[in-house]
Design a protein. Sequence first.
Length: 833
Amino acid sequence: MIKKLLFVIIAALCGIPVFAQELQSPEQFLGYKLGDKFTPHYRVVEYFKYVAQTAKNTHLQQFGTTNEGRPLLAMFIASDDNIKRLEEIRHNNLRIAGIESGAVIPNSPVITWLSYNVHGNEPASSEAAMWTLFDLTDPLNAKSKEWLKNSVVVIDPCLNPDGRDRYVNFYNSVRGVTPDASPSSREHTEPWPGGRVNHYYFDLNRDWAWQAQKETQASVGLFNQWLPEVHVDFHEQGYNNPYYFAPAAEPYHKDITQWQRDFQVVIGKNNAKYFDQNGWMYFTKQEFDLLYPSYGDTYPLYNGSIGMTYEQGGISAGLAVVTRSGDTLTLVQRIAHHHTTGLSTVEVVSANAQKVVDEFKKFYDNSRQNPPGQYKTYVIKNDNNEKVNELAKMLTRNGIQFGYGLANKSVTGYNYFTGATEQYNVEPNDLVVNAYQPKSVLLHVLLEPKTFIPDSATYDITAWALPYAYGLKAYGVKESYKAANTNSSVVKPAALSNTKGYAYVSAWQSIADVRFLSALLKRNIKVRYSELPFEAKGKKFTAGSLLVTRAGNEKIDFDRVVTQLAADMGHEITPLSSGFVDKGSDIGSFDVKFIKQPHVALFTGDGINSEAMGEVWHFFEQQIGYPINLIRYQDINRIKLADYDVLIMPDGRYNDLTSDNLQKWVSDGGKLIAMENAVASLVDKKGFDIKKKESKKDDKPDLKAKQSIKLYVDRNRDAIRSSIPGAIFKLNMDNTHPLGFGFPNYYYSLKLSDDIYELLGDDDWNVGTIENNGYVAGFAGVKSKQKVNNGMLLGVQSLGHGSVVYLVDDPLFRSFWENGKLLFSNAVFMVGQ
Ligand SMILES: [Zn+2]
């Protein structure tokens, strides 16, 4: 100590900067005060690495990388003793949950997890993360030392580094010497696509349960290895709003326990204490509800944690902005608020540590012994092994246990697709999920046929039951049955060797088949499809089945290349030694069509819904591995459309669409795929047959309604009468049309709006329609339910030599509506051949 003091005095005399502390604060490390400028992600990483090297009660883990190669980090902070036994604490916590077996060590520390900056353009988060980290690791901080006696704190400084840097680089590139606080200055208007989303324009705070994205797979993967008792997701909202913290708004999902509700209030009151002391404005219990399972608050809640969202006002606020009330909101203030709630949360959780751990244990005991919901077993029929595998992968990512088959084969259960209770046989490869397991709450939330939704406005979609999303026949069974096996008895198809095929057949029913087609086309292997079902070699093949014939592929080492590719992909193909089939049209028939290898282009840029566009982009690049050209919609009159065979118009606002060149391109043989609002933009355009179906004009206000004059306070409730925040509807499907290939004669669509169109004319094809009452699940306002009837949602129009595909709903929504992927692939590869 004397030595140190001496050094300080000498250093001060010599003009050397003096650090009284052993650990540098962010300001000392970065060389500027937090809030003076935005810190690029690599500097945040450097600070975390520095602290990990300097503070001995920390452990830094890189658990993944982003699409653009940035590191994903989690910093573990604990007492000096606990940091040495982190792995033991982790296993112990999983034992408390009953996920791992073994004796539980008593007095286990509580785990508080703080996640920052999932939305890249809500950047105060990562700045606050550095300050919070400093306070928790600073050896001179007595308070945090106390908290860490019974707490492990985990800080993920940035869940979305690619998005954060997109925002920070934008802001730094346009700001002046002094920040311009005027809201209309350009530094407060981000260019398309904005920094909220990740590289593929996915909203990572809608992806927790689906884990479609690389970042979420890594972060939720780590989350499930730990299962923290408390999780906070730090955000920013519109800058005119005061701070929001827990307790959340209604609706709460019914499976959220009273304890989870109550402790949110305890945490909220502790936050409020500090906000009151400072005179800072805040609100609770409004706006942010707890229903949709893929958020950073609900997902932890369904996993036994206290999951919460904290929202600072600040999107697009830059370093300073004048708010509606005439005050100037600065980044410095925004950081201070997030810093305060972060520490306040750690404090109050530490003060209640034992109770929080006990309740966490209770949640899991209950989950295993008394699972929620009326169904105690779910059976997923294995009509297609590859489709069931996709679901199995998703369940596995979420730690949900399942098996295959039942010892007693005949079972009675609720059929999701007919709504009837039926007796049926369980086959050995049917997927069986027993509800008596640690993750039974999450299981119930994801599989219950209808989510209970109180009559209330919500922030997001209200229906997601997996059997509809995956298009898999499923039964809910009230009795508890254990699966007979933990492994499917379907073995990966053995590689074919020494075959000499006239042709090879692949099914066309799942994304695995689309991947196989993509791989064939990329190798310039010619592929055909059968427009009609046929039977050969004792097998039945549905319409759309892929045929790779020797004819046309003589230049390659045909048998070896095709069988090897199938083997590499674990994909089942059937060799045919003759073109003469048992039933149906022969392989050489006119009913077997050649699939032209399409050059696909996708509109991007201003006006396009970046998330909808990103879903298409991600689908091609990351899911089926097929090349796609991204072109700016603004360049439509400049580019040579003739270079492309397929042009995809994702959802967006196509203002002043001059459709003449589009129409000409289609007439010359192009295929236009219009999705969601892009469909609306083609209404009344020359050559396009699409007509919007308006709600009936006979809405004469009846006398009763007239008498009750509407109240201003009810305005939100009135608005939801004509809204569909995301509900499931059943369509009749013409599966003889290429757009319907691989489907039964129905399809479950996730509707995000009440858009529906008039049936197309005699020369066109109405492939997906709703005749009467297609509503299945989710919230749909009274008016909207009436409107979505007797109309077209999937259609194909011929135009000259080309065709237009109308997809009124989004089949690739957040990449979790698994069954939509085949529908979309039909539009791209099958229609118009
Ligand atoms: Zn956010």
